[in-house]
Design a binder for this molecule. Structure first.
Ligand SMILES: C[S@@+](CC[C@H](N)C(=O)[O-])C[C@H]1O[C@@H](n2cnc3c(N)ncnc32)[C@H](O)[C@@H]1O
Length: 432
């Protein structure tokens, strides 16, 4: 396919996503299935165009005075991809599957491309209904935070200490030009290429050997700061596919007991293979039999650390899932807040006196972060917050620079602040 034909395809896929409110991945998959002529490079390029357009949907639409997929793609090419007008015009030739030529209005808007005069939520590319909450968390930096969250994300991996050292993995993957992470001693970072695509790390021999896992550096950092130590009894209560479980096992140097569970047993399915590949021998996966069944009842009140990687809106990962940004609804936020309250109560039953609950979200919204903790502390006697500065002091490396990202109860990481996905961590101590 020509670059212009890929743009036409991206416009078509965006139409499907917007009209039928479909997840981008589903729409892209269907498009690929019914267009067998498109090769894997075409499909990847089209996906990259679609995701780039969704990242800046509000600001592109404003600048192009159009909510239509064509306007969003034009705005993205001029804005995020910074293509000059003559290159855009050449792509929109109307010939051989290229999109129709630019209209006079489009040409005028592209030549003076700007979001000047746009409302703040548009400039930040944050959904309008969430703007008050987002702004509440970031104040005068909210637009800059939203803009950083509307950029492309790098790919990070976590070197698995149980199997390899960072220098060795760095050397093995030198052909992909990794850089050491800025914060986590286990992180390596890969910048996306010009077309938005990153290296395919999951086909590397080191991946099959368990030397590394793909994991955002923010996710690595909050797991590090949770404070698990070798020899402890640790519970990963919302383990899902186990990204943090594997990181915990490595931090615990495979010593102690690490229980992984999740309300939704299907989500735990990939964990078994991942654990086997990683060489983590301390992980015990506990599958709930039914809703309300506590698969960890036998260790209630015994955990040194309960990690709660709480269900949330995922607003901190909007760089990677830009379609989720525009699909999240007020009802979903209210549901997640309820889930968060429920899972914290469960964690309080599992932690031992003097032990710690580490509450984590990949959210940028105060309702799911500080406010969730404040509400929990108001309801639950016997738990006290650990000051963010003390959380940092207790870490294995010097993370004192993160102190400036402290909130009332925790630490808020973000693409603008730490160059990572948006993560929140608050630690609570159960009284003796
Ligand atoms: C953010 S995801 C976990 C991601 C995972 N920890 C990782 O690092 O890959 C949140 C998980 O919480 C689970 N969950 C929701 N409510 C829960 C509850 N009340 N108890 C335990 N898990 C719950 C969801 O099924 C989901 O898998």
């Amino acid at each position: 396919m020509t670059p212009a034909a890929r743009i036409s395809a991206a416009i078509e896929v965006l139409q499907d996503i917007i009209e039928r409110r479909r997840p981008a991945a589903d729409a892209l998959k269907d498009w690929g299935l019914s267009r067998r002529f498109a090769g894997s490079k075409d499909r990847a390029a089209i996906a990259s165009l679609v995701y780039d357009a969704l990242r800046r949907k509000a600001s592109s639409g404003y600048a192009m005075a159009s909510e239509e997929p064509r306007g969003l793609v034009l705005g993205m090419l001029a804005g995020l991809r910074a293509l000059p007008l003559d290159e855009i015009a050449a792509l929109f030739s109307g010939e051989n599957h290229a999109p129709a030529p630019l209209t006079a209005d489009e040409t005028a808007l592209l030549s003076a491309f700007s979001d000047e005069g746009a409302p703040d939520w548009v400039r930040a590319d944050v959904p309008e209904w969430l703007w008050p909450s987002f702004q509440g968390g970031f104040g005068e930096m909210a637009i800059a935070e939203g803009q950083a969250l509307a950029a492309r994300a790098p790919i990070d991996l976590r070197v698995n200490r149980l199997k390899a050292g960072r220098d060795a993995v760095l050397a093995d993957l030198a052909h992909h030009q990794p850089e050491p992470g800025a914060w986590s001693p286990d992180a390596l970072r890969f910048q996306p290429g010009h077309d938005g695509r990153g290296p395919s790390l999951q086909t590397e021999p080191g991946f099959f050997a368990g030397a590394f896992e793909i994991q955002d550096e923010g996710s690595q950092l909050v797991t590090l700061l949770a404070g698990a130590r070798p020899g402890q009894t640790v519970i990963d209560l919302c383990a899902g596919a186990g990204g943090k479980t594997l990181a915990l096992a490595a931090l615990m140097a495979n010593r102690g007991s690490l229980y992984a569970t999740d309300l939704d047993s299907r989500r735990l399915a990939p964990l078994h293979d991942r654990v086997a590949r990683s060489g983590a021998s301390i992980v015990e996966v506990r599958i709930p039999r039914s809703r309300g069944h506590e698969p960890l009842a036998d260790v209630a009140g015994q955990a040194d650390l309960v990690l709660v990687d709480a269900p949330c809106t995922g607003s901190g990962t909007w760089r990677r899932n830009p379609d989720a940004k525009w699909r999240v609804r007020p009802g979903a936020l209210a549901e997640r807040i309820k889930d968060q309250a429920e899972v914290l109560v469960r964690a309080a039953k599992l932690v031992k006196p003097g032990g710690r609950i580490a509450y984590i979200t990949c959210s940028m919204l105060p309702e799911e972060n500080d406010e969730a903790i404040r509400a929990f502390l108001g309801r639950q006697a016997g738990c006290t917050p650990v000051a963010p500065i003390d959380v940092l002091k207790g870490a294995e490396s010097d993370f004192s620079l993160l102190a400036r990202f402290a909130t009332e109860f925790g630490l808020q990481l973000s693409p603008r602040r730490t160059g990572t996905d948006g993560f929140f961590l608050a630690c609570l101590k159960r009284g003796d």
